[in-house]
Design a protein around this ligand. Structure first.
Ligand code: BES
Ligand code: ZN
Ligand code: ZN
Length: 504
């Protein structure tokens, strides 16, 4: 999608659809809507009198060939209550506009921001919303309608004096949303078209294009490094594992400066292994690599936005299969860090691969760690499909991430992690076991297991099992992989790398 800033007068904007929004209880039309209403001969006032323009969130009023405008259509979306309106709502509105219009074969749109939304952050949210909404997972459809997408969009309403903010927001929003779409594309790929080797190839191609350093460890190197936990999961599959390392280095690195490590679970298919899953919904386990995809997507944007800190993504990738060589319940494995693990349940494989991912990230010099993983069904029970589950070992660092989540419009909720839960992962024969001895607190037990490998390094765990996949289409978004985490991680990296020491 081609996006530009348009500073022309409203009536002069030539586009297939001019889009704006009205708030609930706005009487009858205020601010810039008043000017629009004048241009269209009072049509908006009349619509609001009939109750068709009440401002309810995501309500739509569509006028064709509005007199007085060069635009072929005027779409007014409901924006809900003004005091509840922020960049997250703006992102969704812009997305809903694109999806409403592209279903009508509209190719060009101009999004008119309201008077309070002429900031760089607002422009960024609008651009993100539009690019994310334009994405559809129709790659393997052979009967695709040609070009079922918006090809060109404009940010309207900006004046020359505020144009710099629009340009900045546009540039940022574009790279962030395209990177999130890249993560979504990977998440949607079926496992026969995205094995660990193929994921590594896709990550390496992205890194080369973006100017990032990349290192792919093959099964031999993984064995040399004694990554026994990752290997134990991989041994049940004929597909070899990969450890993907992508590094961003800023122009100037100070000695002793903090290094952000992003560790992502990338199980390209999770059958459960010998502790095999049921057939119901098993096809969805192709998205068990979305933690890794989020890190790859974030790195793509980080390469362009250039934070001042070094960032290293470490992505352990394998299938979890029940082949003849597969590990069996009760097996004991030695992780790269040297800790022994009794594998009670082979379906709790994500924490195994993360154990070695985290050990390796620490070896590479990461001083702060964030992991993202579709880790537990238990987090879906706790938080549903709305919030990411957040666990952190360092309050200041965790607060920083939660603030980034709010800034990026990705919902997340902190869950507890304290030493009383450690009891649950004690093993009779090894240092720890990979599932809890009790029944409850599954998401916390999983986090507790990962924490064992972090040592003193400040660490945050994001359980995205409930949020990385969307079963139904939303007015602003296609169904399938969501690319959740990408925007928050980019925001965190940018702030972490700034001189603002509260980031650490
Ligand atoms: N990949 C799954 C978690 C998952 C569940 C992701 C639902 C997305 C949707 C993970 O590897 C797993 O199987 N976890 C087990 C752990 C259990 C055996 C302790 C689970 O949550 O059931
Ligand atoms: Zn599993
Ligand atoms: Zn899994």
């Amino acid at each position: 999608m081609d996006i530009t800033v348009d500073t022309r007068a409203l009536a002069k904007i030539e586009t297939e659809a001019l889009v704006t929004y009205s708030f609930e209880q706005e009487k009858p039309v205020e601010g810039i809507l008043e000017r629009l209403d004048e241009a269209v001969g009072g049509a908006l006032t009349k619509l609001s009198a009939t109750g068709e323009l009440a401002g309810k969130m995501l309500e739509t009023a569509l006028l064709y060939y509005p007199q007085g405008l060069a635009a072929q259509r005027l779409l007014v979306l409901g924006a809900g209550k003004k005091d509840k309106f922020g960049t997250a709502e703006l992102r969704r509105l812009a997305g809903a506009a694109v999806r409403t219009l592209k279903s009508r074969q509209v190719k060009t749109v101009a999004f008119l921001a309201r008077e309070n939304d002429r900031t760089a952050a607002a422009a960024q949210a609008i651009v993100e919303g539009m690019i994310l909404a334009n994405f559809d997972s129709d790659k393997y459809k052979t009967d695709k309608k040609p070009g079922n997408e918006v090809t060109s969009a404009a940010l309207a309403g900006w004046e020359e004096s505020s144009r710099a903010g629009a340009d900045l927001g546009l540039a940022r929003g574009r790279v962030i949303a395209e990177s999130q779409n890249f993560a979504r594309e990977l998440g949607n790929e079926p496992s026969n078209r995205l094995t660990p080797r193929m994921l590594a190839d896709r990550a390496a191609a992205m890194a080369r294009e973006a100017g990032l350093a990349v290192d792919i460890l093959d099964e031999k190197k993984i064995a040399e490094l004694k990554m026994g936990a990752l290997l134990s999961v991989a041994q049940g599959s004929v597909e070899p594992p990969r450890m993907i390392i992508i590094t961003y280095t800023p122009a100037t690195v100070n000695n002793g400066a903090p290094v952000l490590g992003l560790v992502g679970k990338a199980i390209t298919f999770d059958t459960g292994g010998i502790s095999i899953k049921g057939a119901n919904d098993m096809e969805k386990m192709k998205y068990d690599m979305c933690g890794g995809a989020a890190m790859i997507g974030a790195m793509r944007a980080i390469a362009v936005l250039k934070p001042s800190c070094k960032v290293i993504a470490v992505i352990p990738s394998t299938e979890n299969m029940p082949g003849g060589r597969a590990q069996k319940p009760g097996d004991v494995q030695i992780s790269m860090a040297g800790k022994s693990i009794e594998v009670i349940n082979t379906d709790a494989e994500g924490r195994l691969v993360l154990a070695d991912g985290i050990a390796y990230a620490k070896q590479l010099g990461c001083t702060h760690l964030v992991d993202a993983a579709t880790l537990t069904g238990a987090v879906v029970v706790a938080l549903g499909n709305v919030n990411i589950g957040v666990f952190g070992s360092d309050q200041a660092f965790t607060d920083q991430l939660l603030a980034s989540g709010r800034a990026a419009g990705e919902k997340m909720w902190p869950l507890p992690i304290d030493d009383d839960y450690r009891e649950l992962i004690k093993s009779g024969i090894a240092d720890i076991q990979n599932v809890g001895s009790g029944k409850g607190g599954g998401a916390i037990v999983a986090a507790m297991f990962i924490k064992e490998f972090t040592g003193d390094t400040p660490w945050i765990h994001l359980d995205i099992a409930g949020t990385a996949w969307q079963d139904d289409v939303k007015p602003w978004n296609a169904k399938g992989a969501t690319g959740v985490g990408v925007r928050t991680l980019i925001d965190l990296a940018m702030k972490f790398g700034s001189n603002d020491s509260s980031a650490r």
